[in-house]
Design a protein around this ligand. Structure first.
Ligand code: AMP
Ligand code: FE
Ligand code: FE
Ligand code: ZN
Length: 291
């Protein structure tokens, strides 16, 4: 086999994992080790609205002989839908991108406090309970409120919290500031990165954006779609494959690992070597790290 072509990778790739620099439960190095233990050889860290885990995760990956792709999962909103945009290999110091992630992260804190105040009218829960569940690095979100509800013995795990108290239909939900997906795709593209819509075909209130909107995202620089993800519906996956074929988009598959925070396990879905090579060939804002 020919070795060394610049953008080649080989071995299972998982390009969507979270650490405690957002709402995962493990450190960036432990996330990478968990991926390695599940047979993954190319790994991305995609913390929500945050890039501070890259150094530690990259060091751990290189030490294990893995390839590391720096990434993010950027919060956006289309109409009422929460839309997550993965970004790979962008410049983490790009001023416009940094300003937008900071704005989202700051607004998330006030929003989480409002949710907690609302829950506290009916349950024994305080903002201090939530702070106990966050590290200074965290991107504060409902998962941390869920952990506080678990610590208080109000629910058993994050899943039960999201199915009940934290579900929008229950009435405690508040949105946080989030830019339009077109803006986010543009920000990532202008920072030299590769934007990929995360789990675009979930069920429920976040269900898929209209097909015509994907065409507009492609015009702004959208690079790919995360199709193999446990939360995409089967009908949705079919529709996404058609959109990807029409625009020759990159297709990814990934776990969305959150440590103990979700049942998702590294490698439960993977991205092909060919698609990883396309991401590496297209991303110019930050290099992948290799052993
Ligand atoms: P937020 O961004 O604060 O609205 O919270 C959304 C985050 O909660 C997502 O990034 C998911 O990682 C997490 N999440 C959503 N549903 C669940 C669930 N059923 N169990 C655990 N975590 C979840
Ligand atoms: Fe998350
Ligand atoms: Fe997501
Ligand atoms: Zn995610």
């Amino acid at each position: 086999m020919t070795q060394g072509a610049h953008s080649t990778v080989s071995g299972p790739s998982d390009l969507h994992l979270h650490s405690n620099h957002s709402d995962g439960t493990e450190s960036p190095a432990d996330v990478v080790r968990a991926a390695h233990a599940h047979g993954i050889r190319t790994v991305a860290l995609t913390d929500h609205d945050r890039t501070t885990g890259w150094q530690e995760a990259g060091d751990a990956a290189v030490a294990l002989g893995m390839t590391f792709i720096p990434g993010i999962e950027f919060s956006s909103r289309h109409e009422w839908r929460s839309v997550h945009v993965l970004g790979y290999l962008f410049d983490p110091t790009d001023p416009a991108l940094v300003a937008e992630t900071e704005r989202i992260r700051e607004d998330r804190v006030g929003r989480a406090e409002r949710i907690v105040r609302s829950i506290a009218r009916d349950y024994e829960l305080s903002w201090d309970d939530v702070l106990l569940q966050t590290t200074p690095d965290a991107t504060v979100g409902r998962p941390h409120i869920a952990d506080a509800l678990v610590a208080r013995g109000i629910v058993r795990d994050r899943t039960e919290a999201f199915d009940g108290i934290l579900h929008p239909r229950t009435g405690y939900y508040e949105p946080h500031y989030a830019p339009d997906p077109l803006t986010v795709v543009r920000l990532i593209t202008r920072a030299g990165g590769v934007p990929v819509i995360a789990h675009p075909a979930t069920s429920g209130r976040d269900r898929m954006m209209p097909v015509s909107f994907f065409d507009r995202l492609v015009a702004e620089g959208l690079g790919g779609l995360e199709i193999d993800h446990r939360e995409n519906t089967e009908d949705g996956k079919r529709a996404l494959r058609e959109i990807a074929a029409r625009h020759d988009l990159i297709i990814t598959g990934s776990s969305d690992y959150h440590g103990a925070g979700k049942p998702n396990l590294p490698g439960e879905n993977t991205t092909s070597d060919e698609m990883v090579a396309r991401i590496i060939a297209r991303g110019t804002g930050a290099p992948p790290r290799r052993p």
